[in-house]
Write a protein that binds this ligand. Structure first.
Ligand code: KG4
Ligand code: ZN
Length: 336
């Protein structure tokens, strides 16, 4: 039996979690409101906030888990990708705490964490987890990928965006509409009151299982620019329909390639992960795959979709079981 502390600090959330083997004991997240007024993450502010938050966040996670520092078996931390200054805080903290407690530290790739979040046990009852191999649509603020997951240590990238990510597209579109940051959840909420068939935007023609969102973003921007010339209140009047139509365009693009990838690989275990997997339309469309294509789908609880340390702890747990540890001279990396 092992107690694993997970630490996540790759972007603007400072998070710590404790697992008892694969069972979640606590998952605490301190979000940084400081970025809201800038409409995006300010890296320098993010690293300063991580510095302030990391000690109390880890304390709360341990307290909520009901264990003491000396009970810990290992510390898993996000090594990258992400903002270097932010990562540095979590990496340095993990190293110092690991050295002080004389326990192993375990590096985790942030994306690997998102995917493996499906293996966090959080209910006392039996919980179904994906079988290998499965396909995972990883959709976050930084990435949009289709992965063939062969084992906890073997991920094959079969498709990826060639420009913007799905989350970035929603965030940028929201910014154009003067909606608050992050825009993804705001668009999701607004879209519930809108008509998704009101407006249509350009669709990309990209080979294989790859994605592109820059054309959609530009088409949205030009569309609004033209309409605003005729009516300066256009956005305000059509907010919900714009959000619904844009969201539908993004989710249609995501689903189209995923459906083809599932068919071509003949894999019917389909998972989604990352911040955009919180999106209600995406969750509905994925679920439809069970009826339409015989998929077995894995949709994470909302608390494991956006950045959290529980996903880092579970990825660390797999490595711990296999004796895969990291040396104390490890440095963070910004890109995978
Ligand atoms: O995984 P994540 O927390 O951070 C990264 O690793 O990037 O993802 C953040 C992204 C943001 O772009 C945010 O707008 C998006 O996830 N997001 C959503 C929703 N909740 C978060 N997008 C659409 N619908 C949501 N409900
Ligand atoms: Zn993430």
């Amino acid at each position: 039996m092992a107690y694993i502390l997970g630490i996540e600090s790759s972007c603007d959330d400072t998070s710590a979690a404790v697992l008892k083997d694969d069972f979640l004991l606590s998952n605490f997240i301190a979000s940084q409101d400081v970025h809201k007024k800038y409409g995006g993450v300010v890296p320098e502010w993010a690293s300063r906030a991580h510095l302030r938050n990391i000690v109390p966040v880890v304390d709360v996670a341990l307290r909520n888990a009901g264990i003491a520092r000396k009970d810990l078996s290992a510390i898993a931390f996000t090594r990258g990708p992400g903002l270097l200054g932010s990562l540095l805080v979590g990496v340095s903290f993990a190293k110092a705490m690991g050295a002080a407690l004389d326990i192993p530290i375990i590096e985790v790739n942030h994306l690997e964490g998102h995917v493996l979040s499906h293996f966090i046990r959080y209910e006392k009852s039996e919980q179904s987890v994906p079988e290998f191999p499965f396909l995972c649509l990883l959709v976050s603020g930084g990435h949009t990928q289709i992965l063939r997951v062969n084992s906890p240590f073997d991920f094959l990238l079969i498709g990826s965006t060639i420009d913007d990510s799905a989350g970035e597209t929603l965030d940028k579109a929201a910014k154009i509409m003067s909606l608050p940051y992050p825009g993804g959840p705001v668009i999701d909420k607004l879209a519930r009151e809108g008509n998704a068939f009101e407006f249509s935007f350009s669709k990309p023609q990209i080979p294989e299982y790859n994605y592109s969102f820059s054309g959609l973003k530009t088409s949205f921007l030009y569309f609004l620019r033209d309409r605003l010339k005729e009516d300066s209140a256009f956005i305000e009047k059509h907010k919900a329909n714009l959000a619904a139509s844009l969201q539908k365009a993004v989710i249609d693009i995501l689903m189209e390639k995923l459906i083809v990838a599932a068919k071509d690989t003949d894999i019917k275990q389909i998972a989604i992960a990352g911040g955009v997997s919180a999106n209600s339309l995406l969750r509905t469309e994925i679920l439809k795959g069970e009826q339409l294509y015989g998929w077995r789908t894995f949709i994470p609880p909302l608390s494991f979709t956006t950045d959290n340390a529980a996903m880092i702890a579970i990825a660390g747990y797999f490595k711990y079981r296999n004796g895969i540890f990291t040396s104390l001279d490890v440095a963070p990396y910004a890109r995978s």
